[in-house]
Design a protein around this ligand. Structure first.
Ligand code: CU
Length: 143
């Protein structure tokens, strides 16, 4: 009986890890303005990330130059609308909000615990305030 409990508990914890993630697109979060509520998330292959248009005027655009694993198609969502993307190719993905890409509105998704495209990610050209925001996030990605 005791073992059954552990097996059940283990299954639930695994499910929690694989759960789909929702990131809010916000005008303000604490002292930050123009920001994704979670800037670095880790998901499994096949998981879906939802970006919720909590505040208007934002979108999600994968940084096509160096910012995605090989074979990933362009992705750019409509400004002001909820977005979602199901990650089928493992690796690190860098993205920004197109209207606020110079204002620090950037994010990263690591899929399948795969960091093999880190050299490419390090070549991404972040602009304006986003350079400063990217630094600690990139530091967390170096393995
Ligand atoms: Cu934005």
């Amino acid at each position: 009986m005791k073992y059954l409990f552990f097996i059940v508990a283990f299954c639930f914890s695994t499910l929690a890890y694989a759960e789909d993630i929702t990131i809010e697109m916000l005008n303000k979060l604490e002292k930050r303005s123009m920001v994704f509520s979670q800037e670095l998330v880790k998901v499994d292959v096949g998981d879906t990330v939802f970006w919720k248009a909590t505040d208007p005027g934002h979108n999600v655009e994968f940084i096509s130059k160096n910012g995605v694993p090989e074979g990933v198609e362009k992705f750019k969502s409509k400004v002001g609308k909820d977005a979602e993307y199901t990650f089928s190719i493992p690796g690190i993905y860098a993205y920004w909000c197109t209207p606020h890409k110079t204002m620090g509105m950037i994010g990263f998704v690591v899929v399948g615990d795969d960091y093999s495209n880190i050299d490419s990610i390090n070549q991404v050209k972040f602009i304006g305030k986003s350079k400063k925001i990217a630094e600690p996030l990139l530091a967390q990605l170096q393995q």
